[in-house]
Design a protein around this ligand. Structure first.
Ligand SMILES: *Cc1c(COP(=O)(O)O)cnc(C)c1O
Length: 377
């Protein structure tokens, strides 16, 4: 590729690495169509545009997500509506229903850190209201809900290939959908100018959709390059193993952390099978100073802990999204973020390494809170 200089996805007449990646990813997830783009954020932005959401449309998102999500909504001239999240990092359904009754035009569900909210309830509510669901599955590749792949439950699913995700190309994203019109619109807006859309695995549905949208849409040029696709494609064969090892590491570490009276790893919901590459847990019975001391003690013991709400600039704390016009008061999500910890737990770690991490965290909690209730450790 470097010798030929053929790095642009639309130079080759067919079978460019990006086009092959799209076919392979759609087949892996069980979706009809895929469109690879420059990032998951670009995929989220294009999803809103592809579904024809107009400026000012209210888009429901969980208040526990990454700043790129409300940013994609702002970029599409829409308005993020933040929903409360519970101590288990998942959408609070009572608040969700309240916001749905208040009028929203789309739901963008962030499966934050791979934690899946109650998708049965969310999809039922959205369907009843005739509202499309976009899944931000950036960090959920390999997760299933009732045996179905996350990212295939809503109208469009978006994934990331940024370095902290399960498949790492430095940067990159992909959207999947069964909706020919949505994909045709996204393909054109992603930068398939002139007749480059013909290089997107045509069928009768797509051809009709492209005929409807040719020349009708602006070009945002959010394409993926062949070099990134060449880095991504061989990793797709590794996904199943990474998911298995990541789940093993997570569940092993969670069991050891839960022995501590000061640490609680929330349970997943029953229909979910996770694909974790990190672990999140709540500190129990600690005030803000003790939380900070725990973070420092863990650091001393060699494990870096991020507390989502405990820094001035964490991009996952909604009160830091000051680019939003109105930041609502969401006491439940705020309380969770002030004691929810994040530790990386890559699939490549051995169980012995996971034991060392769990031991360091349990002992860090003891350093701060004492041994009194720490039986069994
Ligand atoms: C990483 C991430 C994103 C953004 O992905 P990019 O590819 O970096 O744009 C969005 N949402 C969630 C939940 C993420 O984890």
């Amino acid at each position: 590729m470097l010798q030929s200089g053929d790095l642009f996805r639309y130079t080759a007449p067919e079978n460019a690495p990006v086009a092959l990646l799209e076919q392979e990813f759609a087949a892996l997830l069980g979706a009809r169509y895929a469109l690879a783009v420059s990032s998951c954020s670009a995929a989220l932005f294009l999803s809103l545009k592809a579904l024809g959401l107009k400026p000012g449309a209210r888009i429901l998102i969980p208040a526990f997500t990454f700043a790129a999500v409300p940013s994609a909504i702002v970029h599409a001239d829409c308005v993020p509506v933040l929903c409360e999240v519970g101590e288990n990092y998942r959408i609070d359904l009572a608040h969700f229903r309240h916001l749905m009754d208040d009028g929203v035009e789309a739901v963008m569900i962030s499966h934050m850190r791979g934690h899946t909210s109650d998708m049965d309830a969310i999809l039922a509510e959205a369907e009843a209201g005739g509202i499309p669901v976009i899944e931000d599955a950036a960090h959920s590749l390999g997760t299933t809900w009732n045996g179905r792949n996350i990212g295939t439950l809503g109208r469009i699913g978006c994934f990331s290939f940024q370095s902290y995700k399960l498949v790492n190309a430095g940067e990159g994203g992909i959207m999947i959908s069964d909706d020919a019109d949505a994909i045709a619109r996204a393909v054109i807006m992603s930068g398939a100018y002139e007749h480059n859309w013909k290089k997107h695995g045509m069928n009768a549905d797509l051809e009709a959709a492209f005929a409807r949208w040719q020349n009708q849409l602006p070009l945002y040029n959010l394409r993926l390059g062949n070099l990134s696709a060449a880095v991504i494609r061989p990793q797709l064969a590794e996904v199943a193993r990474r998911v298995r090892d990541g789940r093993r590491n997570h569940d092993h570490t969670a069991a050891r952390l839960n022995v501590s009276p000061w640490i609680e790893v929330p349970e997943k919901l029953a229909p979910e099978e996770r694909a974790p590459d990190s672990i999140q847990f709540n500190l129990v019975g600690m005030n803000d100073a003790e939380v900070a001391a725990f973070q420092e003690a863990a650091n001393q013991r060699g494990v870096k802990v991020q507390v989502f709400g405990a820094s001035r600039d964490n991009a996952r704390a909604f009160w830091n999204w000051q680019f939003l016009r109105d930041i609502p008061d969401l006491p439940q999500t705020r309380a969770m973020l002030m004691k929810a910890c994040d530790v990386r737990l890559p699939a490549r770690l051995t169980l012995a390494e996971c034991d060392l991490i769990a031991q360091a965290l349990v002992r860090a909690a003891q350093d701060v809170m004492g041994n009194l209730r720490a039986f069994g450790t």
